[in-house]
Structures are given as structure tokens and as C-alpha cells.
Design a protein around this ligand. Sequence first.
Ligand code: ATR
Length: 285
Amino acid sequence: MTHRAYVIGKPIGHSLSPVMHNAALTACGLDARYEAVELDGADLETWIASIRDDGATYGFNVTVPHKERILQHLGGIEGDAELCHAVNTVRLDRANGVRLVGTNTDTLGFRQSLAEAADMSLRGQRVVILGAGGAARAITVVALQDGAAEIVLANRHIERARDLLNDLSGLAEDVPIRAVELSADRVRAALATATVVINATSVGMRSRESPLDPDLLPRSGLVVDIVYNPRRTALLEGARRRGAVVVEGLGMLVHQAAAAFEIWTGRPAPVQEMRDAAEYALGNP
Ligand code: ATR
């Protein structure tokens, strides 16, 4: 029997998940395929009913716009899904009937990408996170869990950053965390003393825009972008020119997928094959 895994979302055409997962399944010699399914919210329930009892489905990834809506269709959640307020990976637990269990692998993916690219964690770091959406939330969870020395959340709409702060600060009460508006004047001071700056906004995706003037970046330390297309974003190019170590967004993408693969198959993910497939699909290995 050929097993299946899926990614559901809309639009789904740009997703790199199929190439990464199919490369991993092939590399491990598994008789399985990973498919993208474009789905409206109204069709979620019917689609889930169609796969839950087929005996062939490992599970599925969930992307925009279903990451929160999926919660009502699950029998349980685990890992960091609750803290992230979002599920990106669902496994079918067949221990006792069929139960859909959701998790979020973005926190693992981010942590792993930092470890791989820079051999470090956020422990003890003075971290500035740009953004207050789903990606920024996952990264803030990691910064709190891993014991950053200080966290500054900078967002265009400061209210969203404040909401995120209020929601998560209880996770590590000893970590100072504050919200500022993402504007040159408001972030200048925080950036001057930051040791890690992370772009978790969507600015720079398929464009040459930067979420802030790279001249404001610290001259040393680490600058991380979660944007992976292009791989060398305008922000990262500016950071490199200033002398910072840069971490590209592709690592987080690959490692969140690798974590899902391991949950479904119980095997170590062939990370290099997944990365090669993503790089090839992006056209800039
Ligand atoms: P995701 O779940 O991928 O993080 P999201 O929830 O849509 O996506 O969040 C996108 C983030 O990019 C937000 O922080 C958004 O800022 P606002 O909350 O102020 O909208 C940020 N963002 C998007 N376009 C931006 C722009 N042109 N300038 C600055 N920030 C931008």
C-alpha cells in the first residue's frame, strides 16, 4: 500500500513542502507520496473525513489559511501548538480508533536552523524580533523557552506586538520583554545593543524590500531572516556588509518539514536531501 501525506491550504501552488517531502520519502525508500491539496475552509471537514479512515495516510501539513481553523477538527494537540495558537502538522494516531493530533513544528524548525547555521541557541542573547504574526509568535516562544536575556518585539502595528507580549510573557517571567513600533526611531536603541535580530515579517519575500534600514543593524552578532525566497534577502545582504553573521530562512523551512517527517514516519529525516530539493526548486542552489 502506498502511504500518503499532504499539505492543505489555499493558495498552495508555491509550497515547497511537496518537493522536500517527496525527496525525503524517496531517499528513505518509502512507498509513499506527498501531495498538495488546495482547499477552502468550508471543505475541510469533508476532506478530513475522506482521509481519516483510508489506512494509508501518515498525516498532513496545514498552511494558510487553515492553521487556526484546523483546531476544531482535531482530537488533541501536543508540543508547542497551543503556545503557537496554530497547528502546522497533523498526525493520525491509530492506537485506539483514529484520532487526529496536531502540533507545531515551527519552534523546533527555528531552534534547529540556528543550531545548524550558527551553532547557537537564543540563551543569554539580547533578541530583537521584527513582526507579530504567526512566525514571530513561534520565535518568541523559542526565545522565552530557551532563556534569552532580553526580548524586544517590533511591529508595524504595535498593538499586535503588545497582544503577543501579554499572551506569552508568563512563559518565562524572568525574561524582560517589551513591544515597540517598527520604525527607525523606535527600534534604533534596541538594535544598537542587540546580539540577535530576527526578521519574522513577510517583508522581503519575492522582493528587494527590507523591514528596516540595514544601516540600523548591529555590526556584530547574528541577523536571521525567515524569508527564504530570495535566499539572500536585502536585509541579509545589508547585515553581511555591516559584518554580522547571517542565517537564511531556508533552514527553518527545511527543519520544520524534517520534524514533521520524523513525526509521521518515525525515521530520522534526510535533511540534506530535503534542503537540496528545496534549493533546486527555488532555482538557486
Ligand atoms: P505570518 O503568520 O507568516 O507571520 P502574518 O500573521 O500575516 O503572517 O504576519 C505578517 C507580519 O509581517 C506582521 O508582523 C506584519 O505587520 P503588521 O502586524 O503590522 O501587519 C508584517 N508586515 C507585513 N507587511 C509589512 C510591511 N510592509 N511593513 C512592515 N511589516 C509588515
